[in-house]
Design a protein around this ligand. Structure first.
Ligand code: F6R
Length: 361
């Protein structure tokens, strides 16, 4: 049942305010400015001994993991990174007892992720799951974890589950942070930011007509570039993947800082760039990248907190706490990919060559 929407993707994008509400519900503890995560299975003493966090997932879940790693590093100050689960498995990784491993999956059935979890457990590692489907294979194999509570996702490409997974990571980061060195004041600040998300997502969704017009304008492109810096880079990666998957337009994502190390050679009027430009300590750096692109006559669509002078168009999104901005900046680009694909007549819920869950190698 699509509930009045033409596609499941559109329905699922629209459900995000409620979905985010669900992942937050019952978990916030205002008294101690922290969150309770019932299934984590990690007591505070153990949490303090973690030396590293390694996040594993595929596709969109890997991108959510990249944002998650950034959230954990900034709030809990634990070194963290994310890696595609399949790559991890085949490079005979050093499994370290002080590292906490986190497997991320919407379906909980992705073979590459499940096999990585099993290999880790065989080597005695502790593995948590950040999973959407309750009782799925990865959820059962993990030692504990955080359910994402996005609700059923039917469209082959992931949207609401991506957003909820990132919010679940923010909760985990806050939880670990408050056990370690995050202050009560910062905890409170993050909680206030989290509480604002559903309403702010609603505001972004109200701009759909504007985003649709832009998408129709860019739908003729052969290829598109997505750039972002630090927190914005995984947003660029995910937006680029979404566009590829459903519109079949070639797209690539680069850290904005890497442009001058090669991809700047591609910039010309026929290759539009989508730039993630949050109003944070990297704003001036990001603006400099826009200038470099403009100097080569590249078209620019910015996602930002205020209109960008060098951009041809800016999609303005509401500001949250710096740590949480990435969650909001991805959302207009889901609609952008959606309307680009729609304008090109694509089968949005069932893109060619793809399956919802990849249970084979
Ligand atoms: C992207 C997409 C895929 C999945 C990936 C992992 O829109 O749908 O990239 O994200 O196959 O799937 P899960 O999260 O079920 O492990």
């Amino acid at each position: 049942d699509m509930g009045g929407h033409d596609t499941y993707m559109h329905k699922e994008i629209s459900e995000q305010p409620d979905a985010v509400d669900r992942v937050l519900r019952g978990r916030i503890d205002d008294r101690f400015s922290t969150v309770h995560l019932g299934g984590l299975n990690l007591d505070p003493r153990e949490a303090r001994t973690i030396r590293r966090i390694k996040i594993l997932g595929c596709g969109t879940s890997y991108h959510a993991g990249l944002i998650g790693a950034g959230l954990i590093e900034s709030m809990a100050r634990i070194p963290a990174d994310a890696e595609p689960a399949s790559e991890f498995r085949y490079r005979n990784p050093v499994v370290d007892p002080d590292t906490l491993y986190i497997a991320v999956s919407q379906s909980g059935e992705t073979y590459d992720v499940l096999a990585a979890v099993q290999e880790l457990k065989r080597k005695g590692a502790r593995v948590l799951g950040v999973v959407n489907v309750v009782g799925s294979a990865i959820a059962r194999e993990a030692d504990g974890g955080v359910y994402v509570h996005a609700g059923p996702e039917v469209c082959v490409v992931s949207t609401k589950c991506f957003t909820n997974t990132v919010v679940a990571f923010a909760l985990l980061a806050l939880h670990l942070g408050r056990i370690r060195d995050l202050s009560v004041t910062d905890g409170k600040r993050i909680i206030e930011g989290l509480r604002k998300l559903p309403e702010q997502i609603g505001e972004i969704l109200q701009n759909e007509d504007e985003i649709k017009k832009l998408a129709e304008e860019y739908a003729g492109a052969q290829s598109m570039m997505f750039i972002g810096r630090v927190r914005g880079y995984p947003v660029a990666l995910e937006a680029s993947l979404k566009l590829k998957e459903i519109s079949y337009i070639h797209a690539e994502a680069y850290p904005a800082s890497e442009l001058k190390h090669g991809p700047l050679a591609l910039i010309e009027p026929a290759l539009p760039t989508v730039a993630i430009v949050p109003d944070d300590d990297l704003l001036e750096k990001n603006r400099a990248a826009l200038e470099e692109i403009k100097a080569r006559s590249g078209r620019i669509l910015a996602v930002a907190h205020q209109p960008q002078e060098k951009a041809d168009h800016t999609i303005v999104v509401p500001k949250n706490e710096d740590e949480l901005d990435a969650i909001l900046m991805g959302i207009p680009l889901q609609l952008f990919a959606y309307h680009t694909a729609l304008a090109m007549g694509r089968d949005i819920d069932k893109p060619r060559n793809l399956a919802k869950s990849v249970t084979v190698e």
